[in-house]
Design a protein around this ligand. Structure first.
Ligand code: SF4
Ligand code: SF4
Length: 443
């Protein structure tokens, strides 16, 4: 099978061998969880519980009437100890429900979702409702509410649902493990997603450094006439929605547009498995898998954790930090966020925890730009990072818009290749926030 790909991109060290053969294991049930009540892109939620309430596993604890949101459920049974502000792994201060876990023996999943072993009696609308009620968001890290992606306007048609199994971020191996261990759940979820948007065909794109996952998924689709597994080249950011579509279909998402504009909907493979769990087991999104990895952790592993578990608890279960551990990142090295402390809850979008040693963490002062154009040559969105950061530093918002700053996917490829070690992504984020602020003002 030929590996397909997109133009540009980079080849960082992937370092997947630390955890790629480590099967998913259930993390220990935490004694306390801190569950932020905003774990999605969209409208804030209203609290449905208060201090002192007893809650069941799977009980909805926050929701909203808004369309673009995803409800939150209790990930342990127990007592609401308090509602307080916490910092999430992205550095945002958010309200969180703190639940003190009850004795484990009493724990039963309580859910208002009915169980369906097949899709025959479910309409597209039923599937969208289940996905919404289960609080499912994109598990690749974007945390966009999944039911919103499935709401196709009447004037649009969807030809393909693509499942993203590229997992191009270095170090991370959770999608890989889910594809190896739960291929049938992924295929069931994909069929549900296809039915929800009335798509004719399904594709599963997997990078060619995950051949075990490729074989596992190929076996699972052997009897499916309208679903294919496709090999994509191991290249960063192959898992970006637009890059994956370009590789698989040679279609280009229009500037400022969505995959829907070219008759495509993209979801992550682990998201598809979560959709299957919601439909077949009535299970809301109360847990997910994470790679705890890097040279700075004693026993790298892949765990399934309850949403709201503290990073410190997960680190402990991976044997703890090594003595000379210097940096902890939630997510991968390219797009993850450095953590100041570990009393932060792991959330729906936390797919990795990377611990680096002192000799891996560069301490440098950037040099001036030498106009080498490497950042331009590698940008998968064909942007001009070096020009954009000049405009961002000078708050020249019209120029930022003219040079398409909002198309930047913050993949970090430009920073990675820059010989002067200029923190380009930092300035690009600043530029994006300036352009977004202008848009909000105009509205
Ligand atoms: S400009 Fe944005 S999209 Fe282009 S390489 Fe840099 S971070 Fe990635
Ligand atoms: S890669 Fe770095 S040094 Fe080269 S043009 Fe871009 S910003 Fe300047």
């Amino acid at each position: 099978m030929k590996a397909l790909t997109f133009k540009q991109g980079i080849h960082p060290s992937y370092n997947k061998e630390l955890t790629k053969d480590k099967p998913l294991k259930n993390a220990k049930r935490p004694e306390e969880v801190l569950i932020p009540i905003k774990q999605h892109i969209g409208a804030p939620l209203d609290l449905l519980v208060k201090k002192g309430d007893q809650v069941d596993l799977g009980q909805k604890i926050a929701d909203s009437e808004s369309f673009v949101c995803a409800p939150i459920h209790a990930s342990v049974s127990g007592k609401v100890k308090e509602i307080r502000k916490v910092t999430d792994p992205g550095g945002n201060t958010v309200d969180a429900v703190v639940i003190e876990a009850s004795a484990e023996e009493d724990e039963k999943l309580v859910s208002n979702l009915e169980k369906h072993q097949n899709l025959d009696n479910l309409s597209p609308d039923d599937i969208r409702k289940i996905v919404r009620e289960a609080g499912i968001v994109g598990l690749g890290g974007a945390m966009f509410p999944s039911h919103v992606k499935l709401a196709v306007p009447e004037d649009k048609n969807v030809e393909y649902v693509i499942l993203n199994g590229a997992e191009c971020e270095p170090y991370l191996t959770v999608d890989h493990r889910v594809m190896v261990e739960r291929p049938n759940a992924i295929v069931f979820g994909l069929k549900a997603l296809m039915k929800a948007v009335n798509a004719e065909k399904g594709l599963i794109g997997i990078e060619d450094n995950k051949m075990e996952a490729v074989e596992s998924m190929q076996d699972a689709v052997a009897d499916e006439t309208n679903i294919e597994v496709k090999l994509v080249e191991t290249k960063y950011p192959q898992g970006g929605e637009k890059m994956l579509i370009e590789a698989l279909l040679e279609r280009e998402v229009p500037v400022g547009g969505l995959p829907l504009d070219i008759e495509v909907v993209v979801n992550n493979t682990s998201t598809a498995a979560a959709v299957a769990d919601a439909i077949r087991e009535g299970k809301p999104l109360i847990e997910r898998s994470i790679s705890i990895t890097g040279r700075g952790i004693e026993s790298p592993c892949n765990l399934i954790f309850r949403i709201g578990t503290k990073l410190a608890d997960l680190v402990e279960q991976a044997g703890g930090l090594k003595e000379n551990a210097a940096k902890v990142i939630a997510g991968g090295p390219m797009m993850g966020a450095a953590q100041k402390n570990l009393d932060v809850p792991a959330v729906k979008g936390t797919s990795g925890l990377l611990v680096m040693l002192a000799d891996e963490v560069e301490d440098f002062d950037p040099d001036p730009c030498i106009n080498c154009a490497k950042c331009v040559d590698h940008c998968p969105m064909y942007l001009m990072p070096t020009t954009l950061i000049k405009y961002a530093k000078n708050n020249m918002v019209e120029k930022l818009e003219e040079y398409q700053i909002l198309n930047c996917i913050e993949c970090g490829s430009c920073s990675y290749v820059c010989p002067s070690k200029i923190p380009l992504v930092h300035y690009l984020r600043l530029g994006k926030s300036q352009a977004m602020a202008k848009r909000r003002e105009e509205k």
